[in-house]
Design a protein around this ligand. Structure first.
Ligand SMILES: *[C@@H]1O[C@H](CO)[C@@H](O)[C@H](O)[C@H]1NC(C)=O
Length: 253
């Protein structure tokens, strides 16, 4: 109890440290080039995410999404134990995205196609992802910008994630090695890991649900503000809770 309250007190002291004027006026053009997030060298949290190991988590849920695509679970800055910025917790993320003025064409449609909730409530799913993970991307904080636009941080978070999903198309990576959804057959997990490795040159980690492949996670660090560089997972429990072979069932029509 004492340890917890001491830790909490320290946390509130840290988060209560005010921004100095010089920090507030710091701009992107003073950020170091090509330094990866999480590097030992100290980098301004407005330049790179301070929770700098990013997990791109895509799911295979047979009840949602295109027949031949994994859909998004989320993109998670690791080491975050909870939401990182209580001042930007929102429960209407769907509306905020819809109302953000500078969206790419077809953005909401992409969200609905590639980031669907499996219980029909997209707003609830997206709000959770933002509150729990999006607010942890320190360098998206509006206080890091001189002229922030309302909703820009939220849009930047989701649009970057969609861009990464499209670039790291897991279905395509598996298909390239002849691994397709199949009602009966079991797939050796080594083949799945090798297929991802062959496509992206890094090892993913896996999660299963009732013996079926459920989630594939890729790990990234960040440079130059928002360039995501794939990296090896920090731990080697790639197989997660999956057995040596898994099922990879087709989606519901
Ligand atoms: C899976 O593949 C690996 C590597 O080829 C092999 O060593 C292992 O025996 C296979 N496991 C099963 C259950 O087939």
């Amino acid at each position: 109890m004492i340890a917890v309250s001491v830790a909490l007190t320290m946390l509130s002291v840290i988060s209560a440290v005010p921004w100095s004027v010089s920090t507030l006026s710091r701009r992107q053009d003073t950020c170091p080039l090509n330094v990866l997030s999480c590097s030992p060298r100290e980098v301004d949290r407005c330049c790179l995410p301070e929770h700098g190991l990013l997990l791109l988590v895509q799911q295979w849920d047979i009840t949602v999404g295109p027949r031949n695509k994994f859909t998004m679970h989320g993109i998670w800055p690791d080491t975050c134990l909870g939401g990182c910025d209580d001042n930007r917790i929102f429960f209407d993320i769907e509306r905020r995205l819809k109302e953000y003025p500078n969206k790419a064409d077809g953005f909401m449609q992409q969200m609905e196609t590639f980031w669907p909730s499996n219980n029909g409530d997209n707003n609830c799913f997206w709000s959770h992802e933002w509150n729990r993970h999006g607010t942890c991307v320190s360098n998206l904080d509006p206080s890091c910008k001189s002229d922030p636009v309302e909703g820009e941080d939220i849009y930047a978070f989701f649009s970057k994630a969609l861009e990464l999903r499209s670039k790291y198309d897991l279905y395509q990576a598996l298909a390239a090695k002849g691994i397709f959804p199949n009602q009966g057959a079991m797939v050796n997990i080594t083949r799945i890991l090798n297929a991802i490795q062959a496509a992206f040159n890094v090892t993913p980690s896996l999660r299963c649900k009732n013996g079926a492949l459920n989630e594939i996670t890729l790990y990234f660090k960040v440079k130059n503000g928002d360039q995501y560089v794939p990296v090896q997972p920090p731990r080697s429990d790639w197989r997660g809770n999956c057995g040596e072979t898994v099922s990879f069932p087709p989606k519901n029509e």
